[in-house]
Design a protein around this ligand. Sequence first.
Ligand SMILES: CC(C)(COP(=O)(O)OP(=O)(O)OC[C@H]1O[C@@H](n2cnc3c(N)ncnc32)[C@H](O)[C@@H]1OP(=O)(O)O)[C@@H](O)C(=O)NCCC(=O)NCCS
Length: 149
Amino acid sequence: MKLLSHPGAGWSVRRATGVDFPEITAIFRTCLEDFPWRGPALEESLRLRIALVRTEILVAEEAQAGAIGFLALERKTPYVSHLFVDPDWQFCGVGSGLLEVARDIARRPLQLDVDVLNLKAQAAYQALGWTVVTPAGGRAGDQIRMLGP
Ligand SMILES: CC(C)(COP(=O)(O)OP(=O)(O)OC[C@H]1O[C@@H](n2cnc3c(N)ncnc32)[C@H](O)[C@@H]1OP(=O)(O)O)[C@@H](O)C(=O)NCCC(=O)NCCS
């Protein structure tokens, strides 16, 4: 069932199933190429696999392209452990669409952690009205805790 549709851009958001996991993993791996500061790819893939099993996964898809983005939501907290949009589909509203659906499901403002070096994502969250709850310490590997609107 579609939870959100963007008629202009042609993509929609729904709950993911196991069938989506290979495409989700491919998006994740592609995006990680822009994160040279992150740890070994194997460790990151393991974290994603745990999230795919333990959290609620939303996927954005487009008819021709298939899966173009995904979000992992820990509903109780509510905390977004993963939000990744295929680079070819960034700046098309996909990230904000996934966050909007997750916010509706959680019925409370969401939280997430973003790498201190991930300035693009920080700029996107700020554009969407997110605020910094816990600023980073002094280390490059630090993360910033942010709270959504
Ligand atoms: C961060 C990310 C999820 C944003 O998704 P997106 O689909 O590109 O974002 P949207 O198109 O919905 O844009 C939302 C807003 O953020 C702004 N924005 C998006 N990327 C931006 C960037 N790199 N720099 C500045 N602003 C940006 C958009 O202009 C838009 O603002 P507006 O509402 O004022 O027009 C996406 O860039 C991504 O997957 N990045 C790689 C993985 C990553 O960093 N994930 C976050 C881990 S915490």
